[in-house]
Design a protein around this ligand. Structure first.
Ligand code: ATP
Length: 439
């Protein structure tokens, strides 16, 4: 912590094409650009104005032409780096920009309009995929494009909460603290932090469900861009999971195929690059590009990832700086219907009646009894009008179950906005949050 009464002002002079890498401590950090120009993950900082950064945030302030930065507060770490892959990243942006202009020009001339670039960012965990995605989106938005951001990462998703896949148009450079705008997001709730997870030592395999939701999202976006020349020309930037082996690799190929990706950016792994280059070589319309990982990317342990998932969920209800208050609502069991998709933990064959199929249908939608088992769960609020539409429906948002009263048959949940839920169909997965209240 800070020594009382002491000043923690610190000035850092950055040479051109270098960056100041910062890990905020347990207290807020204030920072401003005193001289020159600088950006955080592609989003330019307004000159002179103090910005507040919340505890534990990890980021870099990068300058193309040199800048002086002033910090007020105590950081966990801060250091200057002059070796970054930023030039190669901005070169990718320049190529994408040219393709967007080409696609835009074709709108008025060709009968068959050209699609803007569909970029998919792949690589192992902690290779900086989300960060590169943000930069490409912010640079594009700065030039007036409205690209669509697609987030397929159910582990550390950045549009809504973990366990969801989502897409949203990006119209402005991203705010380094606020993150992605939510108001136009198209969200599908998968319900788990990975396609194959383990709950109480039971393996839950939801690979099929994951694929189906990716397909649903892609189909809806396809229709949307077909009717919108501006977003068609701007294209998409797609972020993926860090799971790249075995089934994870198959899911990457599935995403590349389903979204008709035209540019595959491979971060930080030679092997993945050469595998993708090899399987995609027959597709003349797909470019596979290898990029270096930034030395600034902070590696996160399993425990850190779990904690960051919990804080993302809290952020959804309480806001990025803990400034929002969620609304608590109590309704009767009969006012809502909770469903689960897939078989849940698979029963061992020996426990099943003779002759029954041990492989449960991975896409079966089953009603869930409301009981203490739902306490702390995160439920998706489906737009479905009938239970059999649940898989193909997006969600309006999420609620957090905070109380199940078996005597009065009432369930209490937190929601980010007041009023009745837009639908009574709620989707459960394996995500939950034991909320100790405000952070
Ligand atoms: P995952 O696969 O787990 O989602 P990822 O590959 O998407 O990880 P990022 O989320 O982009 O990785 O980066 C990991 C962390 O490192 C983030 O907190 C990010 O803000 C931070 N980071 C990335 N680049 C830099 C940098 N140049 N300087 C400082 N911090 C950085």
């Amino acid at each position: 912590g800070a020594v009382p009464g002491s000043s923690n002002l610190k000035q850092v002079k950055l040479e051109r094409e270098s960056e100041l890498r910062i890990e905020v401590s347990d207290e807020d950090l204030k920072l401003r650009v005193v001289n020159g120009t600088a950006e955080i993950f592609g989003s330019e900082l307004p000159p002179g104005i103090w910005r507040k950064f919340p505890p534990r945030l990890k980021f870099a302030v990068f300058t193309w032409y040199g800048a002086t930065i002033e910090m007020d507060g105590v950081t966990e770490t801060d250091y200057t780096a002059d070796e970054t892959p930023m030039v190669s990243y901005v070169n990718v942006h320049a190529i994408l920009d040219a393709r967007r202009r080409f696609a835009k020009a074709s709108t008025s001339t060709d009968s068959e309009p050209v699609q803007g670039p569909r970029v998919i960012v792949v690589g192992p965990t902690d290779s900086g995929k989300s960060t590169l995605t943000k930069m490409l989106l912010s640079w594009a938005a700065k030039q007036g494009w409205k690209p669509t951001f697609v987030d397929l990462d159910v582990g550390q998703g950045s549009i809504t909460i973990p366990g969801a896949i989502a897409a949203t148009p990006i119209e402005m450079p991203l705010d380094p603290v606020e993150g992605f705008p939510l108001d136009m997001a198209l969200v599908y709730y998968f319900g788990h932090s990975a396609p194959i997870t383990s709950v109480n030592n039971n393996t839950i395999n939801n690979v099929e469900l994951y694929k189906v939701l990716v397909k649903e999202l892609a189909q809806v976006l396809e229709t949307q861009v077909a009717g919108n020349p501006e977003s068609r020309a701007a294209g998409m930037v797609i972020n993926t999971m860090g799971w790249i082996d075995g089934v994870g690799y198959e899911l990457l190929l599935h995403a590349i195929d389903t979204f008709k990706a035209s540019v595959v950016l491979v971060l930080g792994q030679e092997k993945l690059f050469s595998m993708l280059k090899d399987v995609l070589r027959t597709k003349s319309n797909v470019d596979v590009v290898k990029l270096h990982k930034s030395g600034g990317v902070v590696a996160r342990s399993g425990a850190v990832r779990k904690a960051s998932r919990a804080s993302r969920i809290k952020e959804y209800f309480y806001g990025p700086s803990n400034e929002l208050s969620p609304y608590a609502n109590t309704v009767s069991f009969s006012d809502v219907q909770v469903f689960r998709i897939g078989g849940g933990p698979r029963a061992p064959t020996s426990a099943l009646p003779i002759g029954s199929d041990p492989v449960s249908n991975p896409l079966r939608v089953t009603p869930v009894n409301i009981d203490q088992g739902l306490l702390h769960s995160i439920l998706g609020v489906s737009y479905a009008e009938e239970p059999d539409q649940i898989i193909s429906s997006n969600v309006s948002g999420f609620v957090h179950v905070t109380e199940v009263d078996m005597h009065r048959n009432k369930i209490t949940y937190l929601a980010p906005s007041p009023g009745a839920l837009p639908s009574k169909f709620l989707v459960a997965g394996s995500l939950s949050l034991v909320d100790e209240g405000r952070r």
